[in-house]
Ligand binder design. Structure first.
Ligand code: ATP
Length: 946
């Protein structure tokens, strides 16, 4: 099929071919595109349009990273020292008969390896999941195929496809321009050049033109900053320029969250603490106590070193964050950067766009005004069926639009100054493109206007595209066969302009009355503004329309000068109903201490009406317009920012200022955005949120989170999940670290009490930290939300993880656990020595009793810690079945350590009689009771303070 030497595998010379020649290479056509059969054949020949990711860490790097963890290194040191001790015993023949030498060493190494592998699997799965999730947000591309415009997944593009580009999109494949209007493309991903490149169709380029100067081609991965274009795809997938240098692809971001970073720091502190303690015990033991041998002191220190380090914690945190992102995606919030999960929990302000996020973005035109008529329009959705009737009349005395020249011109403007496509899909009417423009096509359709018919009468020859800054757009059409009412001077071209009514009106000097244009009077201007305000005050979205006859096509970039002296045509108002779930979401925000703010490009009155309806604006709240905002200094804005809940008619750069000022006031800001120019504000915000459906690729790239359904309620749901994750992390941190403190104190007390021997061996401690603490901790990570999770104020993100009583709780609970264990230890030591048995000739089973008590007490702790304020009997025991299963399984395993002989000999435990086990269980139960009593005391305290 490809005759030319420039096959898709050597995409070097496409720039030397003309548009027609390029189309011929693929037997494609600019207007009709490829046929379905051609697409299938090309897909088979060239494969899907996908890049093979080569970025990110290699398997080895991920694996090796696991073993650089300082806690694992400490364990390795313990294993080696303990191996050394065993070695001397073994050499001196001091091992008990049947005892396995180097048991601790082997077990610790096994655990180190297991932990490393577990970490490796978790991390590589997390990277893969994140990559897969990112693909979920993969972009859709507009193409022409089989004479129709449709949207396809970018991976389904094939060479020869006619791809349509518009501002904000990322170019999904390499291609040759067929048509371009004001096209500006940022190619920094490819050439490193930050400056936007102006592209042109008719450039004649020599073969040796460097990549950055090939202005008739567009490249995959680059961004359309401005304008529109039609392109024939020349290469896809790995054959594109980007594919050829695919290593440049952004690697998946697995940035550590602030909490993970703090925990890494904490483990360093704990490890240094452990080493310090070892030194202290050894020195203290030698100088003061004089008890035991060197070896015994060393064993105590080794056990203490293992006890202080929460070996299971990093894994549990990683799993919790990963589960959090999974839960969020189920609720339509796609996390792109892991730290966002945590930051979400501390958001204090949500700045949201209006259109599509708070409202449904399903526009239906309801009213229109021309110079002499005011009409209401009937009909629902995008179906072009409905009638025009006088706005004031109660009856639906339908009028014929064909008899109203003003209306005809207004509807012509609606059709021509429009980039959307209205079409039928499986019986229902859908739009491709901007819903505002879709609604205008539907409106025109109700009067029998079809866009296709106009293409031959008034073909588009140039345009000044829409942008949120300009708040307007113009299309210049060649007049080939138009209604005489449209043109009252011998012009060859007609410009149609639409946009924000105030702005369009400012640029008008004439108004169409009947089939004539006449100078616009001040009273007419005032009437139009009044009509605009009146409709906007009802929450309607209003657009103004104008036209201008031209004798020549205006040059590119002359919009400021050309869009002047326009002829006013009329106003069109559409209803964009609020999303029904948003009102409730706003109320939830408020009770959670989060302030919702609306930032919109729309009219102030429209914005205020919608904001009041949804509960975003409270009585007394102010609305600020973009113009007012511009006049304020940062300091002045900072004074007002707490009272403004609506920002209207703002441009994207205003969003950046708003975020900065809110952040200055110590707010944690989540900010939505969809356009190219929203990217800086999204980056600046603590949580940048892009729209999954209507958002541009550029905004998605700059965001931390993508809303798959563009819905405000999803932001609130994600915040709730963020809070649940953070609460659960805090919960298992206090659970795990409390236990570590208890173990540490118990071990340290043994030599102080003059008991010969260490109550817990390193192996037993590892067992506790990883299994009996680890499993319930994992189950606590999936604890469902507490009912008050959205009734509390957000936590301060700079607060220490130990803030709000967590540190005190940990120490308190550690001491309680230690008191129970030490109490039992002092009694059972004497008891075991006084009651020697055949299985325990040396009276060592006091150690097993301490070990069992510590483990089982932690089971009670796990059950009780599910809620901070509600008693366990007040909770539904089955609302976290994982915890029940973990407690059951762990208790069973613990009993196996005592009652299964080979486990006993491996873990150096002793058989316990029924009454001895009963005593252990009884003492353990005290732990559960203590935590429940604490809750009662807390409740009583909270009540008396009220
Ligand atoms: P939000 O910022 O909440 O999404 P918005 O859609 O009104 O609201 P923009 O898309 O920035 O924000 O639009 C700003 C203004 O530009 C609109 O209020 C409207 O007056 C005008 N406008 C919007 N879409 C078009 C369009 N396709 N053509 C011409 N003017 C438009």
């Amino acid at each position: 099929m490809i005759a030319n030497s420039s096959s898709p595998n050597t995409p070097l010379l496409w720039h030397t071919l003309g548009a027609h020649q390029t189309l011929e290479q693929f037997q494609s056509d600019h207007k009709t595109g490829l046929t379905t059969q051609q697409v299938a054949a090309h897909l088979k020949q060239y494969g899907p349009n996908e890049l093979v990711e080569t970025g990110g860490r290699s398997t080895w790097e991920i694996l090796l990273d696991q073993f650089t963890n300082i806690m694992l290194l400490l364990l390795v040191a313990v294993a080696l020292i303990s191996g050394g001790l065993d070695f001397f015993d073994w050499k001196a023949g001091k091992l008990d008969p049947g005892e396995i030498p180097f048991k601790d060493t082997i077990a610790i190494f096994a655990i180190v390896i297991l932990n490393g592998l577990l970490g490796y699997f978790q991390e590589s799965k997390a990277e893969k999941d994140l990559a897969a999730l990112k693909k979920l947000a993969s972009s859709r591309v507009r193409v022409i195929r089989d004479r129709k415009t449709l949207e396809v997944d970018s991976k389904d593009l094939v060479p020869g496809d006619i791809m349509l580009l518009e501002a904000g999109g990322q170019v999904a494949a390499d291609g040759r321009l067929l048509e371009a209007a004001n096209l500006q493309i940022r190619e920094s991903a490819l050439t490193g050049e930050a400056q936007a490149a102006n592209k042109r169709v008719d450039a004649d380029l020599p073969p040796d033109t460097p990549l950055g100067d090939r202005i008739n081609l567009v490249y995959q991965g680059t961004e359309v900053l401005q304008g529109r274009a039609a392109v024939v795809v020349t290469s896809t997938g790995m054959q594109t320029e980007l594919g050829r240098i695919a290593t440049m692809l952004q690697s998946v971001e697995t940035e550590a969250t602030p909490l993970q970073k703090r925990m890494q720091l904490l483990s360093k502190v704990l490890v240094s603490g452990a080493l310090g303690l070892v030194a202290l015990v050894v020195i203290g033991g030698i100088i003061h106590l004089g008890t035991g041998s060197w070896k015994e002191l060393l064993e105590v220190s080794l056990s203490m070193a293992v006890a202080i380090v929460p070996e299971g914690l990093p894994a549990v945190i990683t799993v919790t964050l990963a589960l959090g992102t999974q839960r969020m995606v189920k609720r339509n919030a796609l996390i792109r950067k892991l730290p966002a999960v945590e930051t979400l929990g501390s958001v204090t302000t949500i700045c949201s766009d209006k259109t599509g996020t708070l409202t449904q973005n399903k526009m239906v035109v309801q009213l229109l005004h021309t110079s002499s008529t005011s009409l209401r329009v009937t009909g629902d959705g995008y179906a072009p069926t409905g009638e025009f009737a006088p706005a004031e009349a109660q009856t639906s005395a339908a009028i014929d639009p064909q008899e109203q020249p003003e209306l005809l011109n207004l509807l012509t403007a609606c059709t021509i100054c429009n980039d959307a496509v209205l079409q039928q899909d499986k019986g229902s009417w859908i739009i491709l493109g901007d819903p505002t423009e879709g609604a205008l096509l539907t409106l025109a359709g109700k009067a029998g206007f079809e866009k296709d018919q106009w293409a031959s009468k008034l073909p588009r020859v140039a345009e000044f595209p829409f942008s949120s800054e300009r708040k307007r757009m113009s299309v210049i059409a060649e007049v080939i066969d138009a209604d005489p009412a449209l043109v009252d001077s011998p012009s060859h071209y007609m410009m149609f302009t639409k946009g924000s009514p105030e702005l369009i009106l400012e640029r008008c000097t004439q108004i169409q009355v009947g089939d004539r244009a006449q100078a616009i009077a001040e009273a007419q201007r005032q009437l139009i503004l009044d009509q605009n305000n009146q409709m906007a005050g009802r929450g309607l979205r209003v657009l103004g329309f104008a036209c201008k006859p031209l004798t020549a096509i205006p040059p590119e970039g002359s919009d400021e000068a050309s869009e002047r002296e326009l002829v006013w045509l009329g106003l069109v108002a559409m209803l964009d109903a609020p999303r029904p779930e948003v009102r409730d979401a706003v109320a939830r925000c408020r009770s959670a201490g989060i302030r919702p703010i609306m930032i919109t490009g729309d009219h102030q009155l429209t914005a205020q009406a919608v904001a009041e309806d949804l509960g975003i604006a409270k009585p007394g709240d102010r609305a600020l317009s973009g113009r007012e905002l511009e006049r304020l200094s940062l300091e002045e804005l900072a004074d007002q920012v707490e009272h403004v809940s609506v920002y209207a008619r703002v441009a994207p750069e205003h969003k950046l200022r708003i975020v900065q000022v809110l952040q200055r006031k110590n707010h944690i800001v989540a900010m939505t955005g969809d356009g190219v120019n929203d990217a800086p504000a999204l980056k600046q915000a603590d949580i940048g949120i892009a729209m999954g459906i209507t958002g541009t690729d550029v905004s998605k790239d700059a965001s931390d989170m993508v809303l798959l359904d563009d819905n405000f309620a999803t932001i609130v749901a994600a915040t709730e999940e963020g809070r649940v994750v953070y609460t659960n992390i805090r919960r298992f941190i206090k659970y795990i670290l409390g236990s570590n403190i208890g173990e540490l104190l118990t071990i340290g007390a043994a030599p102080l009490l003059g008991l010969g021997g260490v109550p817990l061996s390193p192996l037993q401690i590892l067992w506790m930290n990883l299994v009996t603490d680890g499993l319930p901790a994992l189950a606590l990570a999936v604890e469902p939300a507490e009912p008050d999770v959205m009734k509390r104020p957000p936590h301060d993100p700079s607060e220490s993880i130990f803030a709000r009583g967590l540190g005190a709780y940990m120490i308190r609970i550690g001491i309680v656990l230690a008191i129970l264990a030490i109490g039992l230890m002092s009694w059972s030591y004497g008891y075991a020595h006084a009651n020697l048995t055949a299985e325990d000739p040396h009276g060592d089973r006091w150690k097993t009793m301490v070990f069992t008590t510590l483990c089982i007490a932690q089971m009670g702790h796990a059950l009780a810690i599910r809620s901070n304020s509600r008693l366990t009997i007040e909770l539904n025991p089955f609302s976290n079945p994982f915890l029940l299963a973990a407690v059951f399984l762990t208790s069973l395993l613990q009993l196996a350590l005592v009652y299964v002989p080979f486990m006993r000999s491996f873990f150096n435990t002793h058989y316990l009689s029924g009454s001895e086990l009963g005593i252990c269980l009884g003492v353990s139960a005290l732990m559960f009771i203590w935590v429940e009593l604490e809750k009662l005391a807390y409740r009583w305290y909270a009540k008396t303070r009220k």
